[in-house]
Design a protein around this ligand. Structure first.
Ligand code: SF4
Ligand code: SF4
Length: 367
């Protein structure tokens, strides 16, 4: 793939892409079903299939902590023409983005990482149609995003690829935009239903209804064009500019990489001076179970360290005890105004009769 950029001797003297340690063995190539059925007759090495449906070569760690691909010989890859697509493409990856398939670069290759994105792009430009066609035939060839990658090229609205300047492609840069109804439907099926217990999950039809009425804000967040998470808000029906934080999530493959904090920072900047935010977390003070208490405290502290304030309001809503948090980025709000807001909000959602039996204020503590 990178013949125009890399000399054979450079790779022969390096071989990093076929040798791993504990930090990058997860990046060893996966073989699609078709690739596996060709490769298994060319090697005695054993494969195992993982949850992602791909087949991986089994590798043993040597005494120095190194894993070497069993298909690597002194003369190179013993699979020859039957080496998997991922090895042909390496150190590049195809990544799903909001614009279409993006082309990203792994920082593990010391040689290509030194090159300018513009030069890498020129080196592979004529092969892009082949890459798109191959990935179109087998979507399992598309890789999951890693914030350490550099985005090299993205398509424009007409599908024409352009390189991304080095810094822009390397640095994490989040932007947000409103989701379409179709995107909301897809996310609900693919993420929300797994991210939240059933009793905490709003019905999809209700979300769409509120969104169509302009009462529900649905933001998706992207890093260099790659979808990373979502945040959904109810709009206050009392007239004050308060949005109620309904759900926040980071897509499963990108959790633990700091995106939740970055999403909160971006929300803060986006609403600064315009809208105050309120949201509820399960109340850590309303359980005697030490494990549940610890989990609830962890979540509440995550918000507090990101600038949110504890209002001191504890509410029982539809069988769950919640603590109300507040982010003062717009108009100031009194605790009782928030209580009124929640009241109106739920009456609006489920009707007065159902609401009255399902909400009570546990306490309003002076903080
Ligand atoms: S890591 Fe880069 S330079 Fe090294 S062998 Fe692989 S492609 Fe070649
Ligand atoms: S299959 Fe071949 S190219 Fe791929 S990692 Fe193993 S030796 Fe290297």
């Amino acid at each position: 793939m990178l013949r125009n950029i890399l000399k054979g001797e450079t790779c022969a003297g390096c071989r990093i892409c076929c040798i791993y340690d504990d930090s990058d063995v997860w990046d060893a190539p996966g073989f699609t079903e078709k690739e596996f059925s060709k490769a298994k007759d060319k090697t005695e090495a054993l494969f195992s299939q993982r949850d992602d449906g791909l087949y991986y070569l089994q590798m043993e760690k040597d005494s120095e902590g190194i894993y070497t691909c069993p298909c690597l010989s002194d003369k190179g890859c013993t699979l020859g023409e039957d080496k998997p697509f991922r090895c042909r493409l390496w150190p590049l990856y195809l990544i799903n983005t909001e614009h279409g398939l993006g082309i990203a670069l792994s920082p593990v290759c010391p040689e290509v990482w030194k090159r300018k994105s513009e030069d890498i792009f020129e080196g592979i430009r004529d092969q892009i149609p082949f890459l798109l066609e191959t990935a179109g035939e087998d979507p399992s060839l598309v890789e999951k995003w890693n914030p350490e990658y550099r985005m090299i090229a993205l398509p424009d609205e007409a599908g024409v690829y352009h390189y991304i300047p080095d810094e822009e492609g390397t640095e994490i840069h989040l932007h947000l935009r409103d989701m379409s109804v179709t995107e909301l439907q897809n996310l609900y099926k693919e993420e929300f239903v797994f991210d939240f217990p059933e009793d905490e999950l709003k019905k999809l039809d209700l979300m769409i209804d509120l969104k169509n009425q302009g009462k529900y804000v649905t933001y998706a967040f992207f890093d260099r064009g790659v979808y990373v998470g979502y945040a959904l808000f109810d709009i206050n029906p009392t007239g004050k500019k308060i949005y109620l934080f309904d759900y926040l999530g980071v897509t499963p493959s990108l959790r633990g990489k700091g995106y939740a904090t970055m999403i909160l920072d971006l929300i803060r900047a986006h609403f600064a001076g315009k809208v105050s935010l309120a949201g509820e977390v399960e109340d850590p003070f309303m359980t005697d179970d030490p494990e549940i208490k610890r989990d609830r405290e962890r979540l509440m502290n995550f918000y507090i360290t990101n600038g949110w304030q504890d209002t001191g309001i504890s509410m029982f809503l539809f069988d769950v005890d919640y603590r109300i948090l507040y982010y003062p980025s717009g108009e100031a709000i009194e605790p009782m105004e928030l209580v009124d807001y929640y009241r109106r909000h739920f009456i609006d959602m489920v009707g007065e009769e159902e609401f009255e039996g399902n909400m009570r204020i546990n306490s309003i503590t002076e903080i």
